[in-house]
Each structure stands twice: as structure tokens, then as C-alpha cells.
Design a protein around this ligand. Structure first.
Ligand code: SF4
Ligand code: SF4
Length: 430
């Protein structure tokens, strides 16, 4: 039985665009820039120095606490260690490696018991690859013995992006193996692979393999944005609602992206660190939209060139999707572990009007999947009313953009909520 979630929208998905070139090419950049911070938590400290020779898969940065290591994604020579532009905004310390194209690599020991598996997930530098970038070993440890349902998130509900779809179409086995592995580790009773019904080829490939995995259910969900958000997906699959401010474990669920499961499988069964991922390069402003296997650290500029270059009238380049992605002003930024898409647009699909006016139509309220009141949150942010913002649960806003997409007044809602959240945080500090 499918349980629908509240709100949501049906934007134009434009997914076919990046599926017209079916071959999945592997990129070989001349140089990679590996940021020391690619996850939620403490940044890594470099373990190499300028002039060192490194091999693909070699650990080049690590740290303590909530931290996972980073690895060289090509073999070559370390040319610099310095702050470099990052997709999240401020520059981040990074190791710059010149590729020698020898493709020399190292692997990690294959783990034997559960402790070693958790350690291998950490040592491979695995983070949530759907965008959250939370350390995979910490999430798995928190879920062990505390969840009854393990969900693989293959919804990929943002328009244009087909990276997970491509993984499921071309290489579904590591996803299913990773799920089986984590299912045993977490001792989950129910294991579900959730995809939206617009992924017909991926569903066909999965159905061929699933008889070998009788413990895995395939949940084919009606396409709706933002189904891929953790809380909405849990509700769609189980009917359970994660309370405001709580984590999925509170309702007995753990959700990992399908790419994360594949990375876990490769780490545990082949000793391979997370050094590459599938990235969608798409949008009306790119000459040849398609998916690539991309070494972490490849610049957006290199990817765009390989995809045929940008249209003269390109309005913006986004890391991620048009709804929740981050616009980039510097195309030297590198692909990081959570980069699923480089989106090149001729116009900003969620652009605000020059003189936005709230029409009090209430449409934003009907589409908000978190059951918030965007029109009042907008008004109270602009009035600086932090007490009211707290009462409105502004911090539960996941910045999905459904309200802005629907708003006929073209109010800059999400942008305003980001400011409002900053005001709440500052007030909390005081
Ligand atoms: S959808 Fe836009 S115009 Fe309508 S009430 Fe909400 S903020 Fe105002
Ligand atoms: S951006 Fe925030 S307020 Fe707007 S629909 Fe999404 S969760 Fe609701």
C-alpha cells in the first residue's frame, strides 16, 4: 500500500534531455581539486604535501569526530594545497592533484565482521550521496538495532537529474548488494527500494534482478516532488510521520540514497574508496546533455566543456537541481561526493518578480509538504519577528521550493526563509 504525503507539486521534469546519449562515459580530467570538506561535520586535515606522488584511492585527508576521509581520485602528483572555491560557497582547503594518466590505484582491506564493515564504510569516505553528505558510518551506527525499515531512496524527484536513474539502469546490482549488506548489519525487518514511476527502464532492470533478492521490496511511487526528501519518502513508503525536528530513526526508519548503497557495496566487497560518482550535466544551456562517471574533484568547467559547452545566453549554472540546487558563479568549483548534477539553464525557473506582491491566495500553504505557512513566514521574516518565526516552525522548512514554484506573486520565498533561519539562529546564540 502506498501512503501519500501532504502537499508537493508536479514541475516539468525534463528528464529525457540527459538520456538521449545512452553511453556512460568516464571522465579523465587533467587535474582534480579535492576539498578537505565534503561532508557534514569537521573538515579533514591533509595527509600529503606538495610534490607527493599519490595513487587513486589513497587517503589524502582525514580528521577526528564527525568526519570521514577523502581520497585521491586519480593517480599523479600533488601540485598545491590551498583554499579553492567550493560548491557550498566559501573557499575550502583543497589538495590539487595533476593527473599522470597512469591510473595506478590502491584498495582497502576487505572487512570480515560487523565492526570492520562499519570501519570500512568510514575509511572509504562514504557520505550520503543524494545531497545530504552525512557520514555513512555514523548514520548506519545510529540505526543499528533501532530501525525496522531500511529504505533505498531512488526517487530522484528533482527535475532534469538522472544520475540515480542511470545507476539503476546501468548498474543496479551493487545497489541491491549494498542494501542486502546494510539490511543484515541493521537487522531491519523490511527493506524497500523506492523509485518513482517515471523511471520505467530502471524499474524493468530492477525487476529482472529482484527474484535473486526476495528480501527486497520494490516500491513504485507516483511521481511527485519532493518525494525524494527523507520525511516525505518515509511517509510515502510506511505511512509514518517523522515529528518536527526529529530524525527518521525516531519512527524506526533509515534512508540511504541508491548511489550510497552502491558505494557501500564497492567499499565492503572490493575495498574501493569513494573516488567517483555519476553526475548529470543537463539543461537547455548545455550543448550535449548526458551523464558521466566523474572523478571527485573534476571542475564544473571541464565537465561543461566535455558536454559541448554552454549556450551564449546561459542564465545560471547550478550544482544540483532547479528546486534545491545552489547557483554557481565560479565554474572552477569541483564535483564533490554529493554533486549529482551540473545544471545549465537559460532562465531561472524559480526567479522572483522585481516587485513581488503577496496575493493572499493561500496556494503556498496547500503545497508545503511540511504543512507550514509560507505567506506568514515571509511576512514575519521581513518584519524581523523571530518569536513568530519560531511559532511558525520556520526551522522545519526544508527549502524544497514548492511554495515559490506555486506562488503567483513570485515572492522570493525560499531566499527569505534562509534569511529568517539565520535570524532564528542568531537569536538562539544570544
Ligand atoms: S502563494 Fe504567494 S501570493 Fe499566494 S499567499 Fe502564498 S506567498 Fe502570497
Ligand atoms: S520551501 Fe519551506 S515553506 Fe516552502 S514549501 Fe518547502 S518546506 Fe514549505
Amino acid at each position: 500500500m502506498k501512503h501519500l504525503f501532504f502537499g508537493g507539486i508536479h514541475p516539468k521534469y525534463n528528464k529525457e534531455m540527459s538520456k538521449t546519449i545512452p553511453e556512460l562515459r568516464t571522465i579523465e580530467p587533467g587535474c582534480v581539486v579535492i576539498p578537505m570538506s565534503q561532508h557534514i561535520g569537521a573538515p579533514c586535515v591533509p595527509l600529503v604535501k606538495v610534490g607527493d606522488r599519490v595513487k587513486k584511492g589513497q587517503k589524502i585527508g582525514d580528521g577526528e569526530g564527525l568526519c570521514v576521509p577523502v581520497h585521491a581520485s586519480v593517480s599523479g602528483v600533488v601540485r598545491a594545497i590551498e583554499p579553492r572555491p567550493h560548491v557550498k560557497g566559501a573557499p575550502v582547503n583543497a589538495v590539487v592533484i595533476e593527473n599522470d594518466f597512469k591510473n595506478e590505484s590502491v584498495t582497502m582491506p576487505i572487512p570480515g565482521n560487523d565492526d570492520e564493515i562499519l570501519h570500512a564504510i568510514r575509511e572509504a569516505g562514504i557520505v550520503g550521496m543524494g545531497g545530504a553528505a552525512f557520514p555513512g558510518n555514523v548514520k548506519a551506527l545510529g540505526a543499528m538495532g533501532n530501525v525496522d525499515t531500511l529504505i533505498a531512496n531512488g526517487c530522484e524527484c528533482e527535475p532534469y537529474i538522472t544520475a540515480d536513474d542511470t545507476l539503476l539502469r546501468t548498474s543496479p546490482k551493487p545497489v541491491l548488494e549494498g542494501m542486502s549488506l546494510l539490511r543484515r548489519l541493521l537487522d531491519s525487518k523490511r527493506t524497500v527500494l523506492a523509485v518513482e514511476d517515471n523511471k520505467t527502464e530502471a524499474i524493468a532492470e530492477l525487476k529482472k534482478l529482484l527474484p535473486e533478492y526476495p528480501h527486497i521490496e520494490l516500491a513504485i511511487l507516483p511521481t511527485r516532488y519532493p518525494q525524494g526528501s527523507e520525511k516525505q519518502l518515509i511517509q510515502a513508503v510506511t505511512g509514518r510521520q517523522v515529528p518536527p525536528g526529529q530524525l527518521p530513526v525516531k519512527v524506526g526508519c533509515a534512508v540511504f540514497n541508491v548511489s550510497t548503497f552502491a558505494a557501500i557495496c564497492r567499499a565492503v566487497t572490493e575495498g574501493r574508496a569513494l573516488t567517483e560518482r555519476i553526475v548529470t550535466v543537463s539543461g537547455e544551456a548545455i550543448a550535449q546533455p548526458q551523464n558521466f562517471i566523474v572523478p571527485i574533484g573534476t571542475s564544473f568547467h571541464d565537465l561543461i566543456e566535455i558536454a559541448g559547452g554552454l549556450h551564449d545566453k546561459t542564465e545560471r549554472v547550478i550544482s544540483g537541481g532547479p528546486m534545491m540546487g545552489v547557483a554557481q558563479s565560479d565554474l572552477s568549483v569541483p564535483v564533490v561526493k554529493a554533486t549529482n548534477s551540473v545544471l545549465c539553464l537559460l532562465r531561472d525557473v524559480n526567479g522572483a518578480a522585481e516587485n513581488p506582491v503577496c496575493l493572499r491566495c493561500g496556494k503556498c500553504v496547500t503545497v508545503c509538504p511540511m504543512r507550514l505557512q509560507p505567506l506568514y513566514m515571509y511576512r514575519f521574516t521581513n518584519a524581523g519577528r523571530v518569536d513568530e518565526l519560531n511559532r511558525m516552525n520556520l526551522m522545519d522548512c526544508m527549502e524544497c521550493g514548492c511554495c515559490a514554484f506555486t506562488c503567483p506573486g513570485k515572492l522570493p520565498l525560499v531566499e527569505t526563509f534562509r534569511k529568517g533561519k539565520q535570524m532564528v539562529r542568531e537569536a538562539q546564540k544570544k
